[in-house]
Design a protein around this ligand. Structure first.
Ligand code: PMT
Length: 402
């Protein structure tokens, strides 16, 4: 069963408030979940009981009337709504919302919501054309709020002109259209948070020397780019590379394995998908010299200590996330990759034999094998890193659907 879309209908105090009742009723009958806020002025025209009966939901009228002790109502319904419809919107409410005034249930909720807003003004034609109201409407439009234009005709006040609230059918149609458009524009990873790590890490020995590896970042950047194109909200944690950050991707630059560990752990909780493609140093110098280490003896013995295995820790702390790791091997690819899958509690491991021509470090191509925790194994021929990235994300999306 499709989850019901949640509409918050906010009704302010004009004569057109009575038209909000058939809107609430039709939306409810069309399968939406509808909750209603009435301002104090709206209640002079129509009662909460009307909407409660039509929507089978309690109606909100007062910020301080906290019906449910476990939540703060105006924040709770602000977060609950998929879409807010303000109908009718009076000049007063438009002015308050444009200026961030929050002094009642409607205005505090609207200031707190992250949902999209449709706003249907209704007022006297001269009020509608007043520069102050026009300016406030422009401000709201700049917030991304969409207006449902009032109609022209005989107004309740006796004037003829633009200011009649759009008819209930028009308001309901605007809601249907909003969700239709949203569905058409939604991409497979819309609303999903994806964290990708890429590139090498650099482990300092002294101010002029460091240990690193051959990772160019190309594979990880290709994954970040592909996830962005699929609509995801992407964070790329990258070690030092010379690549451009894919457009629209949020970047976190790190140098060492320790910095990558700290950044990955701090962002982990909020992610839906994590793909750890970075070639993280397994060892780092025990001693980091503060001055350049001077040439003395014929040999120089450097003591190294293990770094924290980021992927292993993420596997141990896994909750809802889909966790994908890489395995860069030069022998026994399948066996070693399977071992990493189990030991690090991964959902999938992507193995690549980095000793093969056109595979692994630095190249524009890669030959990968994908092994999932359900035991399925999918070897792929040599592909561009962009193609390989898309194949990896296809498998991730398939796992998400289960
Ligand atoms: O950057 P490119 O030039 O495009 O090259 C791509 C690549 C070869 C770097 C990439 O395809 C790849 O294989 N990345 C993983 C490299 C690696 O470190 O593999 P590993 O088998 O040593 O580590 C296994 C997994 O544990 C990896 O997901 C790694 O990110 C992770 N790890 C390793 C050590 C550590 N301290 N923390 C980790 O999280």
């Amino acid at each position: 069963m499709m989850e019901k879309k949640k509409i918050l209908l906010a009704v302010s105090g004009g004569i057109a408030a009575y038209k909000a009742a058939p809107v609430a009723s039709k939306l409810y009958q069309s399968g939406y979940e509808v909750k209603v806020i009435l301002t104090a002025s709206a209640q002079k025209f129509i009662t909460p009981l009307t909407f409660q009966t039509l929507t089978r939901q309690a109606v909100y009228t007062d910020t301080f009337e906290e019906k449910e002790p476990s939540v703060v109502s105006h924040i709770d319904i602000a977060d609950w709504a998929d879409l807010v419809l303000i109908a009718p919107a009076t000049a007063n409410v438009i002015g308050k919302l444009a200026n961030g005034i929050a002094d009642d249930m409607l205005s505090t909720t609207l200031l707190a919501t992250k949902a999209d807003v449709l706003i249907a003004p209704a007022m006297n034609v001269n009020m509608f054309n007043h520069p102050a109201v026009k300016k406030n409407m422009e401000t709201l439009a700049a917030f991304g709020w969409r207006f449902i234009e009032p109609n022209e005709g005989l107004l309740a006040c006796g004037w003829i002109g633009k200011g009649r609230l759009a008819e209930p059918e028009e308001l309901i149609n605007a809601v249907h259209m909003y969700f239709k458009e949203k569905k058409e524009h939604s991409l497979p990873l819309s609303g999903k948070k994806v964290m990708v790590t890429a590139g090498p890490t650099r482990e300092e020995l002294d101010p002029v020397r460091y240990f690193t590896n051959h990772s160019s970042g190309k594979m990880g950047y290709a994954i970040a780019f592909a996830a962005k194109k699929l609509g995801a909200d992407v964070t790329l944690i990258t070690g030092p590379t010379s690549l451009d950050i894919p457009s629209g991707v949020q970047v976190e630059r790190v140098i060492s394995a320790k910095e990558m560990f700290d950044k990955a752990i701090s962002l982990y909780g909020e992610q839906d998908i994590v793909i750890k493609c970075a070639a993280v140093a397994d060892y780092t110098p025990v001693t980091v010299h503060s001055n350049k280490f001077k040439k003395k003896n014929d040999t120089w013995t450097i003591e190294l200590k293990k770094t924290d295995d980021i992927l292993k820790v993420l596997g141990e702390r896994k909750e809802h996330q889909i966790l994908v790791g890489f395995a860069a091997e030069t022998e026994n690819l399948e066996d070693y990759a399977k071992d990493k899958l189990l030991r690090k509690n991964l959902d999938m491991v992507v193995g690549n034999d980095v000793s093969k021509e056109g595979s692994g470090f630095g190249s524009d191509t890669n030959e990968i094998i994908m092994i999932k925790k359900d035991g399925s194994i999918r070897p792929l021929p040599i592909l561009t890193k962009e193609q390989a990235a898309n194949e990896i994300l296809e498998e991730v999306m398939e796992m998400m659907e289960r």
